[in-house]
Design a protein around this ligand. Structure first.
Ligand code: ZN
Length: 474
């Protein structure tokens, strides 16, 4: 192949940086959720947690122009040009648009519910301040391709979507996943989904090492990346095979079981991992292997929490968003767990998972986050991403660190950190205005009053009103 053609192929595979979406390109279906329409806005007197992990900065001015962050700095150093719409945000906080790495566009819940959420998902994500998602495994990939295109074309409201292929797993798996039983099948699967525009592959709990290794090689050859919710393959084995990202953290790591057979997922994994030591030699070796090879980890604490007894998992806004039957099934399961006092995950297990994530970050690991709107259905799209922030604070992370995990670190995993993920001059104006001081009260993360995506100001209240009682239907 001539050299010029090769360069073109590589360029074609790089994540496509779309131009910033302008309000006049949006359909009426999207415009009805736009709070105001102007190409230049100044946010003044606001507390900024910029996503880089830098200390929170008070009394900042942010100038948005044509969908980009034109200036950001202390009041007095950034001058607001005359005639520009100004929002005085004294007492409020601005954070970057969140990057959700385990943000599926389907929802599974108590009572056996499993639905594609092309309607409620994108609205809840955007309303909650999540402006970029990676779908981390799909069940109806064409619904997600079409949704991504509709959002990019201004036909539907929602976040930017990084598409993940359907799941691949091994013989003991099934359901909606591709059961891959040879390296050749794995390569064929990856090649097909690369040609359909997926940028990520998601490996699941029963995949074999040979198949996972083949999938990773083929994906890298095609400019794609691979993540996994693993079990049959341990974290350290996956790192050695060249995986890019590992989902869920300590509770799904099979590295801790000395009796584990190769390529087999121990059925007792989660129960066992409730009692493992996040500072043991095995934990340290697992973390070291990931850090050394630059393998990032995705925290999904919000999906675990409802499996733990007596946790604050019945927020009215979450229950209101659910369809009535979904709400009833969810509350029934919650009641069973709380009344027996023990769930499948113990409070010790949850605390250990938190400690493992802190150890990973302290060792230099790149920790990102996502909601995973599955499990028993208590972690909803967007709301669960926000709940992750509160759980990170409970885990002992500082506010600026927690925001970094939820924004810039995710953008790094996706390879888009030059373009978004932090409140810095020259980046896309993906910004969330929160009603209050986030450093004083973690629940302020639940109160976005304006969400900017590409500088377009969306009204979260209108988006949320459009999905009430509908989660679990579509
Ligand atoms: Zn998942």
């Amino acid at each position: 192949m001539p050299r010029s053609a090769l360069v073109l192929c590589v360029l074609a595979l790089a994540p496509a940086a779309l131009p910033a979406q302008r309000p006049d390109s949006l359909s009426e279906n999207v415009r009805k959720y736009v709070a105001f329409d102007t190409s230049a806005v100044a946010l003044t007197h606001v507390l900024v947690l910029d996503g880089t992990g830098a200390a929170p900065a008070a009394d900042q001015t942010i100038l948005i122009r044509n969908g980009m962050i034109a200036e950001v700095g202390p009041a007095g150093r950034v001058t607001v040009p005359e005639g520009v719409k100004t929002m005085d945000l004294g007492g409020r906080t601005v954070i970057p648009g969140l990057v959700g790495l385990h943000d599926h566009l389907f929802y599974t819940a108590a009572g056996g519910r499993a639905v594609q959420m092309s309607f409620t998902g994108p609205r809840l994500y955007l309303a909650s301040g999540v402006t970029t998602i990676r779908t981390a495994g799909s069940r109806n990939t064409y619904a997600e391709i079409n949704l991504r295109d509709a959002i990019n074309q201004g036909l539907a409201p929602g976040p930017r979507i990084h598409l993940t292929a359907p799941y691949i797993t091994g013989k003991a798996g099934g359901g909606s996943m591709d059961v891959v039983t040879s390296p050749e099948e794995a390569r064929r699967f990856v090649a097909y989904w690369a040609s359909e525009g997926a940028s990520w592959i998601k490996a699941y709990t029963d995949i074999g090492r040979a198949e996972l290794g083949a999938a990773i090689k083929e994906a890298h050859k095609r400019g794609m990346k691979v993540t996994g919710h693993l079990c049959s393959v341990s974290f350290q084995e996956a790192v050695n095979l060249g995986i890019d990202n590992l989902e869920h953290g300590m509770l799904t790591a099979s590295d801790f079981d000395p009796s584990k057979q190769p390529d087999v997922c121990p059925v007792t994994l989660v129960g066992r991992n409730n009692t493992v030591d996040p500072r043991s030699d095995v934990a340290r070796a697992t973390i070291q292997a990931m850090v050394k090879r630059g393998v990032s980890m995705t925290s999904t604490l919000a999906v675990y929490e409802p499996f733990v007894a007596n946790r604050p998992t019945q927020e009215p806004r979450v229950l209101n968003a659910m369809a009535p039957e979904v709400r009833a099934s969810y509350l029934q399961v919650r009641h069973e767990i709380d009344s027996t006092g023990t769930g499948p995950i113990t409070i010790e297990g949850l605390k250990s998972a938190m400690a493992f994530e802190r150890e990973f970050v302290e060792a230099g690991g790149n920790l990102a986050a996502g909601v995973d709107p599955t499990g028993m259905g208590g972690a909803l799209a967007g709301y669960g991403d926000q709940r992750n922030y509160e759980l990170f604070i409970e885990a002992g992370f500082a506010p600026a660190q927690a925001i970094r995990i939820m924004s810039l670190n995710g953008a790094k995993v996706l390879g888009v950190a030059k373009d978004l993920g932090s409140v810095e001059r020259g980046k896309r104006a993906d910004l969330v205005v929160l009603e209050g001081d986030l450093t004083a009260d973690p629940t302020v993360i639940e109160k976005p009053s304006t969400v900017f995506k590409d500088g377009v100001a969306y009204d979260p209240a209108k988006l949320i009103a459009s999905v009430e009682g509908r989660v679990g239907i579509d």
